[in-house]
Design a protein around this ligand. Structure first.
Ligand SMILES: Cc1cc2nc3c(=O)[nH]c(=O)nc-3n(C[C@H](O)[C@H](O)[C@H](O)COP(=O)(O)OP(=O)(O)OC[C@H]3O[C@@H](n4cnc5c(N)ncnc54)[C@H](O)[C@@H]3O)c2cc1C
Length: 386
């Protein structure tokens, strides 16, 4: 490739940190990415290794043992890791979601108990979805009620990412006051995890997306996270945070697809010149590189908004919406530019396309993100800002 990678994709957060993660991702994660995807494996060893470097708690305050870094650094981490493997990126993301729910809404006792465990590398999942409730979680079939000194939870969760390896779960259940959020460690009696009919996805394969069966699971009263009945608001705020990082994962996928197509076009010859010599191929790549660069800036802008807590619903949604769509377009372009090689099971381009498309649904579909941006715009009209 004629451009050094750092010139094409300059560090947008701290340079030394970004390049160190890029090196680690290239050397340690990329060689395993194909097998993780093909065998649908949870990359336990790699995630524990990342956690050992403090990466699974990068934004967690230092008082809990976390990295205390800003969200631009977190975005750089998720992007660089996901250039190598989006499956490793989403494995980090579910940990971030569970951790963020406790950091933002947990009682002091819950924070003191679990956040240091996150800093030490606790693996976690974030369980909202059920068979009959995906985008709309305003009511749930999983129910919880108080019984003496415990909450008792009964129901079933579906599509739960990382649950084949998670040691801890954040779970939404409906109580008499409305949807509420609970902390449930893996070793809680009457909690079972199994592979349902719909556990295998074609993209973002970091192990099967498991079902959680809760058959009168009892947790202490302080394992209610935040306020009873305010679970939807808390879950959406947590998603406002994680959507920016999901956008970073999509940028990682887009970069990987672009880099692969660019390299291939620079080497493959037809009609007496390289693919890159054809203006038609240059135009594909020119569109892609400029689209990725724009979406990448949007994701970093959303990270700054998280640091300043400025309209995080708008910016998180814009970042994920644009980055996931750009990733899908880039991955499809990459297949085209690579010709038959792009369509081979032996090449990584099918994985990029499957991962990119799946992220237009997981963690908030594009339609739901547009609804969130729409609500932001409506608030502006109501406040007379137009
Ligand atoms: C790879 C993957 C990983 C996942 N991981 C997790 C996880 O870890 N934890 C978890 O809890 N869940 C997880 N999910 C579930 C995911 O959050 C849901 O799939 C998602 O919220 C969409 O819900 P649904 O599939 O039920 O679609 P539905 O809600 O049934 O929606 C179907 C279609 O209708 C559209 N739609 C719905 N409502 C509206 C509306 N108001 N306006 C316009 N269009 C609308 C949707 O955008 C979609 O296109 C995962 C899903 C996937 C694919």
């Amino acid at each position: 490739m004629s451009h050094p990678n750092i010139e094409l994709w300059p560090a947008l957060a701290a340079r030394e940190f970004t390049l160190a993660v890029r090196r680690f991702a290239t050397e340690r994660i990329a060689p395993a990415a194909g097998e993780i995807d093909a065998r649908d494996l949870y990359p336990r060893e790699l995630v524990k290794e990342l956690a050992g470097r403090g990466f699974s708690a990068i934004t967690l305050p230092t008082e809990y043992g976390g990295g205390g870094q800003d969200f631009a650094s977190a975005v750089a981490l998720f992007e660089e890791v996901s250039v190598a493997s989006a499956a490793v990126g989403v494995s980090l993301l579910t940990i971030f979601q569970a951790q963020t729910m406790i950091r933002l809404f947990g009682s002091d006792s819950l924070k003191q108990r679990y956040l240091p465990q996150f800093a030490a590398g606790l693996l976690a999942s974030y369980a909202l979805t059920e068979a009959a409730h995906g985008s709309d979680i305003r009511s749930l079939d999983t129910k919880a009620h108080r019984d003496g000194d415990a909450w008792v939870i009964r129901g079933e969760k579906h599509f739960i990412t990382s649950a084949s390896a998670a040691e801890f779960f954040v779970i939404l259940a409906e109580t008499p006051e409305g949807v509420s959020v609970f902390a449930v460690p893996l070793d809680t009696p009457n909690l079972s995890i199994y592979q349902g009919h719909n556990s295998a996805t074609f993209g973002l394969r970091n192990g099967p997306h498991m079902n959680l069966l809760l058959q009168d699971v009892r947790v202490p009263l302080d394992h209610l996270i935040g306020t009873e009945g305010k679970g939807v608001r808390q879950a959406v705020t947590t998603l406002d945070y994680s959507r920016t990082l999901a956008g970073a994962i999509s940028i990682g996928i887009a970069r990987a697809a672009f880099d692969g197509a660019y390299a291939r076009a620079g080497q493959r010859e037809a009609f007496g010149q390289t693919g890159l010599g054809f203006q038609g191929i240059q135009w594909y790549l020119a569109d892609a590189v400029s689209e990725i660069a724009a979406a990448r800036l949007l994701v970093f802008h959303a990270a700054r908004a998280l640091d300043t807590h400025d309209a995080i619903d708008r910016y998180g949604s814009e970042a994920k919406l644009r980055a996931s769509e750009v990733a899908t377009r880039t991955a499809a372009m990459a297949v085209q530019v690579c010709g038959a090689y792009g369509a081979m099971m032996n090449s990584p381009f099918g994985r990029y396309l499957r991962d990119a498309k799946t992220y237009e649904i997981a963690g908030g579909s594009s339609e739901i993100l547009k609804n969130t941006i729409g609500k932001y715009l409506l608030r502006g009209v109501a406040a007379g800002r137009t």
